[in-house]
Design a binder for this molecule. Sequence first.
Ligand code: ATP
Ligand code: MG
Length: 472
Amino acid sequence: MAETSFENLLGKYQILQIASKIADERKEEFFLIGGFVRDTLLKRERNEMDFLVVGDALAFATELSKTLGVDKLTVYKNFGTAHFNYSNLFLEFVGARKESYSRNSRNPKVERGTLDDDLNRRDFTINCLAISLNQSSFGKLIDKFNGVEDINQKIIRTPLDPAKTFDDDPLRIMRAFRFAAQLNFEIESSVFNATKEMAERLRIVSQERTTDEFLKILASPKPSIGLKLLFESGVMKVIFPEIANLGGVEQRKEYHHKDVFQHTCIVVDNVASTSDNLWLRFAALVHDIAKPQTKKFIEGIGWSFHGHEELGARMMKSIFTRMKLPLTKQEYIEKLIRLHLRPIALVDEQVTDSAIRRLIVSAGEDLDDLIVLCRADITSKNPAKVNRYLENYNIVMQKVQDVREKDQLRAFQSPVRGEEIMRVCNIPPSKLVGDIKTAIEDAILDGKIGNNYEEAYEYFLKVKDHFLKDHK
Ligand code: ATP
Ligand code: MG
């Protein structure tokens, strides 16, 4: 089954034929490998191809790029990789290698190796698939670790012993959760146990790499899949302890109520189902981050978390710095945390225009995002309640619109200006000028004339004598 579908696929990319001829001329084994093969089987579109050369990948990539007339080739001598872009494809070349690891770093000792060595060093069976591209075996699938079966079963397994896999390179723990979230796959139980065992090892991984994988989890279609794996494995405690602390913090007096971590997962998924904005998702993740610190039990009411929105906002500075998150996003996140309870407080009929105006000004251009977050924050299982709460936000947004319209009218002025009225009527600055202006404005507001200079001027000429006569 796999091979026929690959034949079609391979026919589609002329570049594979060209590269294949070069491989044969160079007498090097040559493969399409990793993510592209996996995603093709999953029918996921992608424009990135990874190639494996059993030999000199840099010389191979140089020769192929010349043949294709590509002049921008990027070479990483230290990593033995090269890449270039060609007709909307991102092509990456790596030489087959054998790796051995030491305990204190995720950078292995690397030597040239065979296809077999190279497959052994890869992270997951679903990523160990290779398609031979040499002429004699063009299109043949190499599946040393039953990756196709794992793709069909939607399962993440490591090719070798999982504990050793994660011990060698702990970033793979994050990658396992990331693939589980992106592809909606399960993690095989011995692999999951190894993530628990090796969670602490993530401390040797650079913050940039960990954060990068974490954000990919957040960007996936249903982020809670990854967030729960991070939490249950104990990895969250290592990489984002403030989120791990939300576990076990109950929300209401009834003991069966969702804890803050579970609630947060639903809010993130809710946002993810309506928006691809990664930072809005991040805001959802951290909106209740200060609940553990502000939690108090009030007899007869239940748990209260007074001030959690302000404290949560203030926690962002150190979190952004520590996790090397983009500082340009910090203010946005702080704002959404700080304001996430504000809109619901404005549902009341008694609410003044100025309270609404303060929300408009505080939220600024992020008001729509704030409302998406507020709506996502409704995680009740009772549909009647959900509808009522959602309706409340409609009411608030209606008020926002009303106030905006009123304010626009306040700023509105007669298109015929005071100076012109004085000049045409030959009168000095006086109340009369104001009265004429108001008459023009009223005519526009009453819909008697359009809001433009020509109609306003015509109307002005028509009514001016009436005003002047009264004042003579
Ligand atoms: P995507 O590009 O969609 O994230 P991918 O599978 O192409 O997925 P890459 O990070 O681009 O992932 O890596 C390409 C291939 O290299 C992987 O399929 C995997 O075989 C291997 N690989 C990448 N990182 C590691 C790692 N840390 N340990 C072992 N193998 C890895
Ligand atoms: Mg890739």
